[in-house]
Design a protein around this ligand. Structure first.
Ligand SMILES: Nc1ncnc2c1ncn2[C@@H]1O[C@H](COP(=O)(O)OP(=O)(O)OP(=O)(O)O)[C@@H](O)[C@H]1O
Ligand SMILES: [Mg+2]
Length: 227
């Protein structure tokens, strides 16, 4: 049944103008699965992630995410359940680590950005989340003063604090040295135990095979399962 899937894509095609990026893609991801998407630069990995995040509309096909048909239904109600970590991370550079995490739970209204909005419980929970990702000592550091690995951890902490059910991470380790990259991959893999479904774009086959349940590759617009 469709509702068994966190992501259920049928016969999806996508093009930017005349440029065909994805053709007839089918992808079913069960709740709690840890999925790697691979493929050459320009193959359409980010495009696929953005479609799943509801940021791009497919040209053809149906995309169900967390039980909702994002191609035809209002998706505002599930947006908060999807954490999308872009390749560029999207952190507020001048803000502290803690502030960046807290922002994940701010309502849309501008008043949310006023100081003093968050209660003590929120702040304690955000600090706990930072502990989980190994940043307990950096809560008050500005994110633009952090290393690449630490910045990735802030983005992951923000996704957790958001209480997302689906985590989409676009190349979370591509700019990191091997050891740091593996520690981030391990962190992401460990989140499976927190009822998260995770889709990560990866370049490293070794990490994909060591840590991920399912591995797909986009090749010439087509999605193929490697495992
Ligand atoms: N907004 C856009 N308008 C037109 N073409 C685009 C747009 N965004 C991406 N493209 C093109 O679509 C193709 C797929 O882009 P995408 O970003 O999905 O690739 P990718 O697999 O994530 O690559 P990388 O590994 O370099 O991040 C590329 O050829 C890119 O130039
Ligand atoms: Mg990309």
């Amino acid at each position: 049944m469709e509702l068994d899937y966190a992501v259920d894509i049928k016969e999806l095609s996508f093009n930017y103008g005349d440029l065909v990026i994805l053709r007839n893609v089918n992808l079913s991801i069960k709740y709690g699965e840890l999925v790697a998407i691979m493929g050459k630069s320009g193959s359409g990995k980010t495009t696929l992630l953005k479609i799943i995040a509801g940021l791009l509309k497919p040209s053809v096909g149906s995309v169900r995410v967390l039980g909702w048909n994002i191609t035809s239904e209002r998706i505002e109600s599930i947006k908060g359940k999807i954490a999308y970590i872009p390749q560029t991370l999207g952190l507020i550079e001048g803000g502290s680590v803690l502030y960046n995490v807290l922002l994940a739970r701010a309502p849309v209204k501008p008043i949310a950005f006023m100081a003093g909005y968050w209660g003590k419980d929120d702040i304690m929970e955000a600090l706990d989340t930072l502990k989980l990702v190994g940043l307990e000592n950096k809560a008050m550091s500005r994110v633009d003063k952090l290393s690449g690995g630490e910045r990735q951890r802030v983005a992951i902490a923000r996704a957790l604090f958001q209480r997302a059910q689906l985590l989409l991470a676009d190349e979370p380790v591509s700019s990191l040295d091997y050891e740091t990259a593996e520690s981030i991959i391990r962190l992401i893999a460990s989140l499976k135990s927190r009822n998260l479904t995770i889709i990560a774009v990866l370049h490293d086959k070794e990490f994909a095979y060591r840590y991920f349940d399912k591995i797909y590759v986009i090749d010439n617009g087509t999605l193929k399962m490697l495992r």
